[in-house]
Ligand binder design. Structure first.
Ligand code: ZN
Length: 433
């Protein structure tokens, strides 16, 4: 018996090691599984680097409609937790923070899985999300220990089930501990109009919000550009440009590849008493010929059907990351609230119009570039907010253009001038001298 085999406790079966016989078989449906393999972990080197995270690579699917297997290679065993969510049906695997060495998303469909993605989810935590084409049962879920030249492997087997059974299993599953990203949003921030020119004694604060991130890649370009990456690049340039003016404070909701709930982005702007909130995105649609930028504001009734659909897509960001959506209270009632909100929406519209004016002639715009819909990320009642779709990643030419420094600089220049114009024109009197 080789050393590796003995380590695997004699479970090698024709070169394939199964953990199945012990605690993990048959993995109880949707019930959370804790594969506590920590005892088997080699003790960490005394001076492990801070970034000595377990490495994950080569995620793939195998099998068919009767049984679909997800496999991901790991450089060591890790503990994990798995559960399912309905509407849309998806399987969530929570892992410790991992270093993902290749692409964070796969649109490859196979068997019961229509797509999968992975990435950072919350501090110290990574997440894999498998989209299922219908109700599925987690038949097996385990981590194989490394053996000889084989890496450790996370293996998940899914089999089809019915909606009724799926919901029953879900109801029977023990409650999952709430994670930071799952916490229902409690509206603790009082609605308090920020003086448009900035809070007393301070320069106005502009919050830049690069959309998506971590486990949620956003739209995916024809040539593989990820929305979460391109919007972060543009956001960083924009922050730099705005800071260079010396007239504004600038904060970003995220400055790296991390997942944030939509509600967290809104709360961030509100808690910091931002004077302006700019969310950056890049769209994808079926029609590859469409290109150009669009500026969106929030309204309860969408300006058009396309804007409505886009808002629905963007509002799914939390869902895509596998966040359990406890009905978020988007709205607070009250007369003060209504007044503040109306005023805020006027400011948002003013900024949006100015932004379109600045973009025109510098970057390509779509027809009717000023649109509105019910975007969750624009729901702060007291922070003027706009969402910019920089362009269409589904248009090959535009995808390529958006990656160039020249285009990014032009776009950033237009937004910067619009921000400066907005504060200069409207609030010269109220800004701090
Ligand atoms: Zn987006």
């Amino acid at each position: 018996m080789t050393q590796a085999q003995s380590r695997a406790d004699g479970m090698a079966v024709g070169g394939f090691v199964r953990h199945g016989a012990i605690a993990l078989a048959p993995v109880c449906l949707v019930v959370a599984v804790f594969a506590v393999l920590l005892a088997a972990l080699p003790s960490p080197p005394a001076l492990a680097a801070a970034n000595d995270l377990p490495e994950a690579s080569a995620a793939r699917l195998a099998g068919d409609q009767k049984r679909t297997r997800f496999v991901m290679d790991l450089d060591r065993s890790v503990a994990f937790r798995i559960f399912a969510l309905p509407d849309p049906y998806r399987i969530i695997v929570d892992l410790p923070e991992l270093n993902f060495t290749d692409e964070t998303v796969s649109t490859e469909a196979r068997g019961l899985v229509t797509a999968f993605r992975y990435g950072r989810f919350a501090p110290g935590k990574s997440r894999v999300v498998l989209d299922a084409d219908g109700p599925v049962k987690i038949d097996k879920a385990f981590v194989l220990e490394p053996i000889e030249d084989q890496p450790a492997r996370l293996v998940i087997d899914l089999v089809p089930t019915g909606r009724k059974q799926f919901m029953r299993d879900l109801a029977l599953a023990p409650p999952r501990p709430l994670e930071p990203a799952d916490q229902p949003q409690v509206p603790t921030i009082p609605v308090n109009p920020v003086p448009p020119g900035g809070a007393q004694g301070q320069k106005p604060l502009v919050v830049i919000d690069p959309g998506h991130g971590g486990v949620d890649p956003g739209a995916i370009g024809r040539d593989g550009t990820l929305e979460k990456e391109i919007v972060l690049e543009v956001a960083q340039r924009l922050a730099e440009e705005l800071r260079a003016l010396g007239k504004y404070r600038v904060k970003m909701t995220r400055d790296d590849d991390r997942f944030l709930r939509l509600g967290e982005r809104v709360d961030f702007a509100r808690a910091n008493r931002a004077s302006l909130f700019i969310s950056l995105h890049a769209d994808a649609i079926r029609y590859s010929s469409i290109s150009g930028a669009t500026v969106y504001t929030r309204s309860d009734r969408a300006s058009d059907a396309a804007a409505q659909l886009l808002a629905e897509r963007e509002n799914r960001a939390d869902l895509i990351a596998g966040v359990d959506l406890t009905e978020e209270t988007d709205e607070v009632a009250g007369i003060l609230f209504d007044l503040v909100r109306r005023e805020t929406r006027n400011f948002s519209a003013t900024f949006a119009r100015g932004l379109i004016d600045e973009m025109r002639g510098k970057v390509k715009l779509i027809k009717n570039p000023l649109r509105s819909a019910r975007f969750r990320v624009l729901s702060a009642p007291d922070v003027p907010s706009v969402l910019v779709e920089l362009g269409y990643l589904t248009n090959r030419r535009e995808e390529k253009t958006m990656r160039t420094q020249a285009w990014q600089q032009k776009m950033v220049g237009a937004i910067t001038t619009a921000v400066d114009g907005y504060f200069g024109r409207n609030f010269a009197a109220s800004t701090v001298q």
